[in-house]
Design a protein around this ligand. Structure first.
Ligand SMILES: [Zn+2]
Length: 306
């Protein structure tokens, strides 16, 4: 610890804490551990706090940059359905603000690139876009990502980060749960690996649909992984819940996910998993037809049957 960390940091923290945390352009940011961190230091550490190891949220592009080989990837154009189908109060305004803030048209981005030279399709949710909530646009983006993976025979990796479905889109948002599940089903029929990395938080309809259907489920340390919130459960069961309830570690110990992996090991872990899964799939592919699934047709057929 030098004089800067001993004296300057705490001084700045006490004097300007609020101002710094509100200012996007600030050079410093705060962490859960109440430490003041130099933003460059945080980014060079993959946005993991050097003091307490807290994994700060990443937006989609930040996630892609640290995950793909040589920060190289191509963002795919995904379909954008009509905004605000139910004329929900102030929703159009909220969408506009989120688009300006995140430079994304909706919460999910899909990208194509390589991981240790294995071609992959990757999806990620941006929590800054209305809490990563899923509506028609996110549903379409996810399905487009799956279709891209099927067309190009690549594994599909998804980084979930969401509070659930968009209340502003009502039943249309809830329908995305079934649609995304059916899409994942097609991915599996095509023998393509699907790996989900649950980041903080993965809750609500997302944890109750596509996020928990991966061949391998990975959680980032201390991420909240849940369906209903802690308070709702506590008030229902009328029992004191453990301190670490609904953390990735707790969920792993209770069989909900397979692994808890620190951000710095995600690339190497997923690369190893893919090399194993792809070898197995190759053997199976020899005896199976490689007809490319058209997801839209499948989804239409299924909804007619329902
Ligand atoms: Zn910290």
């Amino acid at each position: 610890m030098n004089w800067i960390t001993k004296f300057i940091k705490p001084k700045i923290k006490s004097l300007f804490k609020k101002r710094f945390s509100d200012n996007k352009e600030a050079l410093w940011t705060t962490c859960e551990c109440k430490n003041l961190i130099y933003k460059d230091e945080l980014f060079s550490n993959l946005s993991v706090c050097p003091s307490c190891g807290f994994h700060h949220k990443l937006n989609c592009e930040e996630r892609f940059k640290i995950f793909f080989d040589n920060k190289q990837y191509e963002i795919l154009q995904t379909p954008l359905p009509k905004d605000d189908p139910l004329n929900f109060p102030k929703y159009t305004e909220k969408l506009k603000q989120s688009r300006e803030k995140t430079k994304q048209s909706d919460a999910i981005l899909i990208a194509d690139g390589k991981l240790d030279n294995i071609r992959i399709t990757v999806g990620a949710q941006n929590f800054n876009f209305i809490g990563g909530a899923v509506g028609a646009a996110s549903g379409e983006a996810f399905i487009h990502g799956v279709q891209h993976a099927i067309n190009n025979r690549t594994p599909f990796i998804f980084f979930s980060c969401s509070g659930g479905q968009k209340m502003q889109e009502g039943a249309i948002a809830l329908m995305q749960m079934t649609r995304t599940v059916l899409a994942v089903n097609e991915l599996k029929k095509n023998n393509l690996p699907y790996i989900v990395v649950m980041t903080n938080p993965t809750t609500g309809g997302v944890s109750a649909s596509f996020a928990t259907l991966g061949d391998i489920l990975i959680g980032e340390p201390k991420s909240v992984i849940a369906f209903a919130g802690r308070r709702v459960i506590q008030n229902t069961v009328k029992e004191e819940l453990p301190e670490d309830f609904q953390t990735a570690e707790f969920v792993k110990d209770h069989g909900g996910i397979d692994l808890v992996v620190e951000r710095k090991y995600l690339r190497s872990t997923i690369s190893t998993l893919l090399s194993i899964l792809l070898k197995k799939k190759e053997v199976r592919n020899i005896s199976e037809t490689n007809d490319v699934t058209n997801l839209n047709e499948t989804l239409q057929k299924t909804s007619k049957a329902v």
